[in-house]
Design a protein around this ligand. Structure first.
Ligand code: IPE
Ligand code: IPE
Ligand code: MG
Length: 249
């Protein structure tokens, strides 16, 4: 794949890309605009990145759109985000159908207002047979909460006699997470320069390659994604082995 002097090999592309879309507020502040304008501009980046990932054959794209901690933001910002999400889902449905994108939500979606949930569940339902790419939106998502929920489910299965304590393995834990059945992210990108994971996919990123860019999310478009993918393809993922061991095989 070639794009403006960036060449990507199709073989070593990540299967699963996860993105912490950060920096909308700072983008707006730099322009003396309301933070909500930054979120609105950020939806244009979402559209471009979803299209680009679909075009190059990424299998799973997970976007961190709203964290459990984000509920504590000013009520006016929270409700503007809900409205934007609803508008986004409504406007993107036809393109998701055309491009074979299946939508899934990870997080405590039940905390969302009924009108948002209805639209979200409608799009999930309508796109459920699409096979081109899985788009996971992390909504009201918190990694620790996800793990606690998994532990509770596992404990109740043990209590009910369906599962032996000794049979609890890493794969059993994985199967009880929102991301069950999906490969772990190969690549995690965070925009706007913050060096932290902010409660995102804590279990799943154990061996994920991390990329942090200073670009603010509304300025992040496919060109930079492709540059990051190119850099990703040059990394050696060792999973605890030595470089020599990997070069031999
Ligand atoms: C990311 O941008 C979007 C959400 C968290 C919903 P921010 O709103 O966190 O932007 P900054 O970090 O304040 O610049
Ligand atoms: C992380 O960004 C959450 C999302 C991108 C949805 P935040 O802006 O909420 O993270 P912190 O507060 O800087 O860690
Ligand atoms: Mg932020």
């Amino acid at each position: 794949m070639n794009f403006k002097n960036i060449s990507l090999s199709t073989e070593s592309l990540p299967q699963h890309v996860a993105i912490i879309m950060d920096g909308n507020g700072r983008w707006a502040k730099k322009r003396s605009l309301n933070r909500v304008r930054g979120h609105r501009e950020g939806t244009k980046s979402v559209r471009d990145i979803v299209r680009a990932c679909r075009e190059i054959g990424i299998k799973v794209l997970t976007l961190y759109a709203f964290s459990t901690e984000n509920w504590n933001r000013p009520a006016q910002e929270v409700s503007a985000l809900m409205k934007l999400l609803k508008e986004f889902l409504t406007s993107e449905l036809s393109e998701m159908m055309e491009n074979g994108i299946r939508l899934n939500a990870i997080g405590q979606v039940e905390r969302f207002p009924e009108n948002v949930r209805q639209v979200l569940e409608g799009v999930i339902e309508q796109t459920r047979f699409n096979q081109g790419m899985l788009l996971n939106l992390a909504l009201s998502y918190g990694g620790r909460h996800e793990i606690v929920t998994a532990v509770r489910r596992i404990a109740s299965r043990v209590k009910a006699g369906e599962l032996n304590v000794d049979a609890i393995s890493e794969s059993v834990v994985s199967e009880h997470l929102y991301t069950h059945g999906m490969p772990d992210p190969d690549l995690l990108i965070r925009t706007s320069g913050e060096m932290r994971v902010s409660n995102f996919l804590l279990w799943q990123i154990a061996y994920t390659e991390l990329f942090i860019t200073r670009t603010l999310w509304p300025d992040f478009r496919r060109k930079e994604l492709f540059q990051i993918l190119q850099a990703y393809q040059k990394r050696q993922r060792r999973f605890g082995l030595t470089g020599e061991q990997l070069n031999k095989s």
